[in-house]
Design a protein around this ligand. Structure first.
Ligand code: BV8
Ligand code: ZN
Length: 255
């Protein structure tokens, strides 16, 4: 299949994932069926204003998601993406221990792999992916509104309203709507997308910016862009190939 040949003959591969890649792990997507929580839309709760107005409500939403994610396991889509990275890096990419600095990608000269994910569930690193850019942060990290310290917190359920040792209120260390993405991470994401000769866009509705623009950047700079999605998205029109179906079935097939 064209996409498979392209992928296997590419040198600089970038994969951009969204919630659809975790759907088969039982993690609810944002905009699909079952993505709603108590009739709230993500845009209503994933904002600094919502947290200011009602921090307990926002934490209840995250607590509910953390509980779902805690019992979720990576699915074949996550493992296939980790396998692509291993093949491109001559098998040397080893899953960095959690919390350790991401192992530098030590692939053969010229070959490179970068995973850019909008997901905050951490399932990619559980599946063995190493070179990961978590552009929207992590649901397992919290940040203190007082002293700004960011730490890993895996309490499920989390004690309402969580506070830092300094007395400050803790928030989820994710990027909310209206908030800037971490500068270094988004720069690295655009850098990787600009240099890619192949980009795989999997399980994203392509509506959230600046993530969606990463696919456009890759395309502009000459990458072959393949989309895997169960439906059509605003990115489908510009993709060189669109593979309709479940990421957990199509991705292993690519290998
Ligand atoms: C910023 C973290 C500026 C939190 C998230 C008007 C026009 C354009 C842009 C804007 C606008 N108004 C506002 C904006 C900007 C805004 C934005 O993009 N809004 C959208 C809604 C229009 N963006 C921002 O605010 C960003 N920041 O712009 O800052 C700035 C600059 C400098 C200084 C200050 C400010 C911040 C965006 C990040 C928001 N945070 N998440 C959390 O997770 O709790 S976004 C949230 O949506 C998640 O991260 C999620 O990943 C992301 C995108 O959703 P998807 O991953 O695509 O998931 P979705 O459910 O939508 O789709 C799933 C897809 O999978 C579907 O297509 C489905 O068909 C498919 N699928 C389902 N099952 C499967 C499958 N595919 C394959 N296999 C399956 N099994
Ligand atoms: Zn603090």
């Amino acid at each position: 299949m064209r996409v498979r040949e392209r992928l296997l003959s590419s040198e600089r591969v970038v994969v951009l994932t969204g919630a659809g890649v975790s759907a088969e792990s039982g993690v609810p997507t944002f905009r699909g069926e079952g993505g709603l929580w108590r009739d709230f839309r993500p845009e209503d709760l994933a904002t600094p204003q919502a947290f200011k107005r009602d921090p307990v409500l926002v934490w209840e939403w995250y607590d509910w998601r953390r509980e779902r994610v805690a019992s979720a396991r990576p699915n074949p889509a996550h493992y296939a993406i980790a396998e692509i990275e291993k093949r491109l890096s001559g098998g040397t990419a080893r899953a960095a221990k959690t919390g350790e600095k991401r192992a530098r990608h030590g692939g053969p000269p010229g070959k490179s792999f970068t995973l850019i994910t909008q997901n905050v569930d951490g399932l990619h690193s559980l599946a063995g992916s190493v070179n990961i850019l978590e552009i929207h942060g992590s649901i397992w990290r919290v940040r203190c509104l007082g002293c700004g310290r960011e730490t890993v917190n895996r309490d499920v359920p989390i004690k309402m309203l969580p506070h830092c040792a300094c007395g400050g209120v803790l928030r989820p260390a994710v990027v909310w709507f209206g908030e800037a993405l971490p500068q270094a991470v988004i720069e690295a994401a655009f850098g990787a997308s600009s240099g890619a000769d192949f980009m795989l866009v999997a399980g994203t509705s392509g509506v959230v910016e600046p993530a969606a623009s990463l696919a456009l950047r890759a395309k502009e700079r000459g990458a072959f862009v393949a989309e895997i999605n169960t439906g059509r998205t605003p990115l489908s029109g510009m993709a060189d190939a669109t593979l309709h179906g479940k990421a957990g079935e199509i991705l292993p097939g690519l290998l």
